[in-house]
Design a protein around this ligand. Structure first.
Ligand code: GLU
Length: 127
């Protein structure tokens, strides 16, 4: 079971999202990630395979500013356990996290001929 957390407020989103993801660890997961929007409305993405501690290492190298974001712990159903398959996913400025399975993702992907998909997940078709 994956977990999803979102935040908008006055605090640093990165800290709130990491704290929330740690609270969801008991549900089980194989990878994790966050996407945030900084005060200049620029999106930032960080993802890792393994424990939240690995994601924290990524963020320690390149911390996220901003007070708005989404976070995800993934339990892979479609696509291997890799950074490119970890959520959040984005197409342009649309970032998303998803819990579950999109049964007709192959048909949707085939219909979206112009989209350059970056992952092997079912979830990316939503973006
Ligand atoms: N089906 C999605 C994936 O494989 C979401 C899995 C989940 O619920 O964590 O990325």
């Amino acid at each position: 079971m994956c977990g999803i957390v979102g935040y908008v407020g006055d605090r640093p989103a990165q800290d709130v999202l990491i704290s929330g993801l740690k609270r969801l660890e008991y549900r089980g997961y194989d990878s994790a990630g966050i996407a945030t929007l900084d005060d200049d409305s620029e999106p930032h993405l960080a993802r890792s395979v393994g424990k939240i501690a690995e994601l924290e290492k990524v963020l320690s190298i390149k911390p996220h500013d901003g007070k708005l974001g989404i976070g995800h712990t993934r339990w892979a159903t479609h696509g291997g356990v890799t950074v490119k398959n970890a959520h959040p996913h984005n197409v342009g400025d649309v970032f998303l996290v998803h819990n579950g399975i999109i049964e007709n993702f192959r048909e949707l992907k085939a219909a979206l001929k112009d989209v350059d998909f970056k992952s092997d997940t079912d979830s990316e078709v939503l973006a």
